[in-house]
Design a protein around this ligand. Structure first.
Ligand SMILES: NC(=O)c1ccc[n+]([C@@H]2O[C@H](COP(=O)([O-])OP(=O)(O)OC[C@H]3O[C@@H](n4cnc5c(N)ncnc54)[C@H](O)[C@@H]3O)[C@@H](O)[C@H]2O)c1
Length: 253
């Protein structure tokens, strides 16, 4: 896809992988809308490259619709959606206080899985009615799963289930949207150096990194953003989930 001038929507773009992707796509000439539940961080992220920061709760239908409409009014129909919004809340099935609260499980699935689908469906509708570009391509949707979709650790039943759902919807979405020339690809990151990890003590960060076969360090958000760029440019990539993890396979705990 020709990236210069293409309208891009990045959810969770106020922080971490989403913020790096937003800045990277803006540097390539995309018109970038940064959506985040935290408006201040969306605006701060967008201000780094003169983009648009928009408040959006991806888990809410009306909020997603309003944010997509605001982005469309400013930049035209979205050609790129990168779903980065997510939460990693952990909780054992049976903890000290008894069984995991159903609401806790539901919240993680609601944001990570239903939120990704919410934005995917809205972007897919917008892309499907946009003008075709080269080879009838109309848009690209990139989701973010996690290697926890395959090797969920103890305490990650909700997170792993939510990310497994994102993996599972990738192929049916790509198959359905193929007629419209819309590709769907999912990235399953390993451990990345984002604000989530920044909060941990330095020695914990170092030991997390040392457990990664090669390179023995945490992933850099720019490496995630570079894969996003490649997916956007490589039209033959579709319906696939790509691990980006330095060969890490997570142990049970
Ligand atoms: N960092 C890692 O090691 C890692 C590994 C595997 C997968 N991931 C996934 O990558 C994605 C980005 O992670 P990150 O490390 O950049 O996290 P992060 O916490 O730095 O950023 C996530 C952003 O999502 C936003 N957000 C949360 N709930 C939202 C909602 N309901 N609506 C809109 N925005 C919301 C947050 O405000 C935040 O700005 C997540 O889906 C995460 O599960 C991260």
């Amino acid at each position: 896809m020709e990236l210069h001038g293409a309208a891009a929507v990045i959810t969770g773009g106020g922080s971490g992988l989403g913020a790096a992707t937003a800045a990277h796509l803006a540097a390539l000439g995309c018109k970038v809308a940064v959506l985040d539940i935290n408006l201040a961080s969306a605006e701060a992220s967008a201000a780094r490259f003169g983009g648009l920061g928009i408040a959006c709760d991806v888990a809410s239908g009306p909020s997603g619709e309003a944010a997509m409409a605001q982005a469309r009014a400013a930049h035209g129909p979205a050609r790129i959606l990168v779903n980065c919004a997510g939460v990693g809340t952990a909780g054992r099935i049976v903890g000290r206080d008894g069984p995991l609260a159903l609401e806790a499980f539901e919240r993680v699935v609601r944001i990570n899985l239903i939120g990704s689908f919410n934005m995917l469906r809205l972007a897919a509708a917008e892309m499907s009615s946009a003008d075709p570009m080269e080879e009838n391509e109309r848009g690209v949707i990139i989701n973010t799963a996690s290697i926890a979709a395959y090797e969920g650790q103890i305490g990650q039943p909700a997170y792993a289930a939510s990310k497994g759902g994102v993996v599972g919807m990738t192929l049916p979405a790509a198959r359905e949207l193929a007629r419209a020339g819309v590709r769907v690809v999912t990235i399953a990151p390993g451990l990345f150096h984002t604000p989530m990890v920044d909060g941990l003590p330095a020695e914990v960060q170092a030991s997390l990194g040392a457990g990664i076969p090669y390179p023995p360090r945490l992933g850099r958000p720019e490496e995630y953003a570079a894969l996003v760029e490649h997916i956007l440019r490589n039209r033959f990539l579709n319906g696939e989930v790509i691990r980006l993890d330095g060969a890490l396979r997570m142990p049970p705990r």
